[in-house]
Design a protein around this ligand. Sequence first.
Ligand code: T4K
Length: 371
Amino acid sequence: MKMNQKIAVTRSSMPDFEEYVAEIRPLWESRWLTNSGEKHRELESRLRAYLGVDNVSLCVNGHLALECILEAMELKGEVITTPFTFVSTTNALIRKGLTPVFCDIDPETYTIDPACIEPLITDRTTAILGVHVYGNLCDDERIAAIARRHGLKVIYDAAHAFGVEKDGAGALSMGDASMLSFHATKVFHCIEGGAAVFRESGYYDKLTHLKNFGMTSPTELTYAGGNAKMNEFCAAMGLCNLRHIDRAIAARKRAYEQYTARLSGVNGLKLNAVAPGVKSNYAYFPVVIDPAQFGCTRDKLAERLEEQGIGARKYFYPLTSTLACLRGSKQNATPVAERISAQVLCLPLYEDLDEKTADAICDAIISISER
Ligand code: T4K
């Protein structure tokens, strides 16, 4: 069956139009459109309360938030990281003059495998950069223990982990710093946006200057900073979306559970598991296809779904260790990451994915597997 309308892998949540207009109306009066205005300050303070962290600094997007974090921490040398992520994570390291050292991933959570980290540590290693991919949390306890033993910093790319908690503690309480993405495709979005979250307030202050050209006052040019500030229109969108975030996550949960119920018996299809004690945000619905059992490869499944108007996406293929600028440099073997990257497919998941559409997507997958 072909869908009447193409179904994309995701679809931005939108507040009521009038609500957004009411939120931005004061900007016409104040003419204050950016540079840490009222909306920016209010969103930072509301996010601190919602996420339960003190040092949240809003940025223009998640990518630059991560670059600013690396800059604020003055990291040098090698950083142990995962190749199974959106290319932004690895690009941020390279663009800040750091060498990414790729570590394999855990076959269940798809996050950096702590058992593989220690053999990769050299005297040039300064940090570990994990990614809470799909909102699955890294094993912070084991990572923190390794970091303590070797005097390393721990940073998390938490682009997918907005609002995720483990045993009542927020994902952002992990590590020395975390980056959040508020891109239009994320569970919580500001059209474009992101944030840097720090354990230490000193880094927060520094990042606040770094994202505004490194000026500590109009006449003090302290750091060679760039421009990574969030504007007032994006902050206003964030304020609206934050009011409805619990409803958005509940709607995603419903669709997620529907997929789980319908697809859990399908041969050769491995579903993502929410770990015990974790409050998920249901950001993505990745499935891993074992072609021998499922009856066709991930690529074939993606192609057949596409023919029926279903836009599932290969998040994340290829591995970021295949980046052109890294070719020729020695790479560690990451066999689990390679396998998952070749077999994973993210199914459409968004707030207003209705029951009928989710059912039709499941029907399509089941019928492809039975062919
Ligand atoms: N780290 C990780 C682990 C990340 O996943 C990301 C971003 C980052 C870092 C960097 O954060 P940001 O700097 O972006 O804040 C998308 C997003 O652009 C990107 O933000 C996201 N990860 C990545 C996983 O996905 P594309 O190239 O797949 O997006 P695109 O344009 O194909 O959009 C996918 C679907 O989303 C569309 O088919 C329809 C829907 N969509 C898209 C847009 C742009 C909407 O509904 N509304 C929209 O405005 O990268």
